[in-house]
Design a binder for this molecule. Structure first.
Ligand code: NDP
Length: 284
């Protein structure tokens, strides 16, 4: 039986620490503030934005929402970002993705001041991450590292195999694991002998976006499995990228879906918002 890595427990542990930090900052007259921009009325985006707001309220971060209509132009969005970039009371800015198709999302992400880029999507922050010198954390990958640390896993020297090479999960996870001295392999849709490569992993990260993609033959005995996948099934239930029933008996630790990696992403967003404010105010 594998040990379950409980994302909600790790989240609550982190949020409790951050609550204390925010209270200390408030006592010095410093108020971390996160601005979330949402364009249009995508229901999934609405849920994500509401969850971010709730997390802010929970730990005392000031949250401001900017809801813009579907027909907003790129220029209008960029001009709002310019305003928020210039506003000293704003610690972090994020624009909920995806934005409507007519908006130039790359221009939007690149307009956010890197010092306020709490999603860590700006090329400057990605470059810093590559150099191992980043201040902002890529949220979902950093959440996974936090989970491993919480569970007392020694990352250094481990072989970490990541399935998926997206800019928001696979690639930044590889960089964080390299920073922690893991040996890293990144797999994708063109990887040959995927099952064989995965079965060499001490730490296997699944970020594919396909339900039950990872099967028992891809898992080494005693491996640690981190399942990033969030797939909505026909019955409305959420399913990960890992076939949990098959893989769990072979693993030493595994994250469930839901309640695994998912809760950690917003937690790391809160961490970045506090960090951004501290850096802006030169507070150690
Ligand atoms: P993307 O669709 O951007 O990337 C998927 C990756 O999987 C690609 O690199 C793709 O390879 C690879 N892939 C697809 N099919 C195969 C295959 N047959 N064999 C090997 N590799 C394959 O997804 P994301 O990284 O954005 O997200 C992945 C999952 O994680 C989704 O379910 C998403 O909902 C979830 N997610 C969860 C988050 C959380 O907070 N928990 C946050 C972000 C995402 P190629 O590059 O060759 O196409």
């Amino acid at each position: 039986m594998a040990t379950l890595i409980d994302g909600k427990k790790v989240r609550d542990h982190n949020l409790e620490i951050m609550k204390g930090e925010v209270a200390e900052l408030n006592a010095q007259g410093v108020y971390p503030c996160l601005c979330v921009i949402i364009v249009g009325s995508d229901p999934a985006s609405r849920v994500y934005v509401n969850n971010k707001k709730k997390a802010c309220e929970n730990i005392g971060i000031v949250s401001r929402e900017y809801a813009m209509p579907e027909e907003t132009t790129t220029e209008e969005l960029l001009s709002l970002i310019d305003e928020l970039n210039a506003d000293k009371s704003v610690s972090g800015i994020l624009c909920q993705m995806p934005v409507p198709k007519h908006i130039d999302s790359k221009a939007v992400l690149e307009r956010i001041d890197p010092a306020k880029d709490v999603d860590c999507f700006h090329p400057y922050n990605v470059g810093k991450l590559v150099q191992g010198d980043n201040v902002m954390l890529p949220c979902t990958p950093a959440g996974m590292v936090e989970m491993l640390d919480y569970m007392g896993v020694e990352i250094s020297g481990k072989h970490c195999v990541i399935i998926g090479r997206s800019d928001i999960v696979g690639k930044p996870m590889a960089l964080l694991m390299l920073q922690r001295n893991a040996t890293v392999t990144i797999c994708h849709s063109r990887t040959a002998n995927l099952s064989e490569v995965c079965s060499q992993a001490d730490i296997l990260v699944a970020a594919v976006g396909r339900p039950n993609f990872v099967t028992a033959d891809m898992v080494k005995d005693g491996a640690i499995i981190l399942d990033v996948g969030i797939n909505r099934m026909e019955d409305g239930k959420l399913c990960g990228d890992v076939n949990f029933a098959e893989c769990e008996p072979k693993a030493s630790m595994i994250t469930p879906v839901p309640g695994g990696v998912g809760p950690m992403t917003i937690t790391m967003l809160m961490r970045n918002t506090i960090t951004a404010e501290k850096v802006a105010k030169n507070i150690k």
